[in-house]
Design a binder for this molecule. Structure first.
Ligand code: ATP
Ligand code: FE
Ligand code: MG
Length: 336
């Protein structure tokens, strides 16, 4: 079955055609990064306007590139949260219009379920699986007990890890989004600064990244006051090492508590080469690691189409009253 999928939760307008949740026939991604860079982050109103301008063209391109006509589609899928409400609404309106005009079932998809099921485009998921979701807005350890069954095991108490990268990057004068550059610098500098690794010793699966961000701010301010030089690459190396210590330690703890055959690393920060190296070195062959290719780590509609195939099989359809839910999230694990 072919599913037409829409993703517009943040600053990427994306439309894809995915076959059987496994094969990408097309995955058009129009990024708005250039429009937001001068503001140092995403401006919601600007984002919504760009989505409006881009979405029809992206839809046409997606169908054209896939060589698929509306009659060959089985369903239309769309991200309905979490994300920016104005941005989400544009994708929702487009998906509903296609659904109504072509009499196709509508499938509302949780953006984070999409990030996790990007892994299914690479390898068939085995259940239960553990997902480390690391993105611009989220840092969660999620147990996937069965297709479409998600349980949060641990979450961030404050900043998301991608947000911490972007804020530290901004302090160091790196353009938004800063993750990729800091990752590069981290491989070129030395670990000379000591930043706190919050909640590492605490016996839970939660994260905190605001302390490490404040420590970087204080270090830079202090150096400025006393006129000491700052080695930006060393700051990046020290910051990344501390962040990776936290992510890897908590992931290992989750695997010890909830044994799984597969570990899925999902979200924009899954592109981090240091994270890939460390998890591979420390967790194979204990678990099978799935890192989606870089293009599928960031926001894209193919991942939404990948998850939509699960919802389609379960006949989990939405109607035209489907609304945007900016703070949509999974439920916490309760049973043990
Ligand atoms: P969410 O998915 O939580 O709604 P989002 O969609 O804005 O948030 P993504 O697009 O999934 O987030 O990820 C973007 C984030 O990934 C940015 O914060 C960016 O800095 C970060 N990022 C991208 N590449 C890297 C990298 N190599 N190392 C670290 N961070 C990275
Ligand atoms: Fe995302
Ligand atoms: Mg993004």
């Amino acid at each position: 079955i072919n599913i037409l999928a829409f993703e517009s939760s943040c600053d990427e307008t994306s439309v894809a055609v995915v076959q059987d949740g496994k094969t990408i026939l097309s995955n058009i991604i129009a990024t708005q990064i250039k429009s937001h860079q001068r503001f140092g982050g995403v401006v919601p109103e600007v984002a919504s306007r760009h989505h409006v301008e881009q979405i029809i063209h992206c839809t046409q391109l997606a169908l054209q590139e896939a060589h698929i006509k509306y009659e060959q589609l089985a369903a239309v899928a769309v991200t309905y949260g979490p994300g920016l409400v104005g941005s989400l609404l544009v994708g929702l309106m487009a998906a509903k219009a296609v659904s109504w005009a072509h009499d196709l079932p509508l499938i509302g998809v949780n953006h984070l379920a999409g990030h996790i099921y990007a892994a299914n485009l690479v390898k068939s998921l085995q259940y239960p699986a553990l997902a480390l979701v690391v993105s611009g807005g989220h840092t969660e350890l999620v147990r996937v007990s069965a297709p479409g069954q998600f349980h949060i095991l641990g979450d961030t108490r404050d900043d998301a890890v991608g947000e911490a990268y972007d804020k530290v990057g901004r302090l160091l004068g790196v353009k938004y989004p800063a993750g990729k550059t800091l990752d590069q610098w981290a491989h070129e500098g030395q670990d000379t600064y000591d930043f706190p690794r919050a909640m590492l010793q605490e016996d839970n699966l939660d994260f905190s990244f605001s302390g490490i961000k404040s420590a970087v701010i204080n270090t830079l301010h202090h150096a400025q006051q006393i006129g000491a030089p700052i080695n930006k690459k060393d700051v990046a190396t020290s910051f990344q090492n501390d962040v990776l210590d936290i992510l890897v330690t908590k992931t290992k703890r989750a695997l010890a508590q909830y044994p799984c055959a597969q570990l899925i690393v999902a979200g924009g920060v899954a592109a981090n080469s240091g994270l890939r190296e460390r998890l591979t070195a420390e967790l194979t062959p204990q678990v099978e690691l799935i890192f989606p290719p870089l293009r599928l780590c960031g926001d894209n509609a193919a991942m939404i189409g990948a998850y939509a195939a699960v919802a389609y099989q379960q006949r989990n359809f939405s109607d035209l009253t489907l609304n945007a839910d900016p703070s949509l999230d999974f439920a916490y694990q309760t049973e043990d």
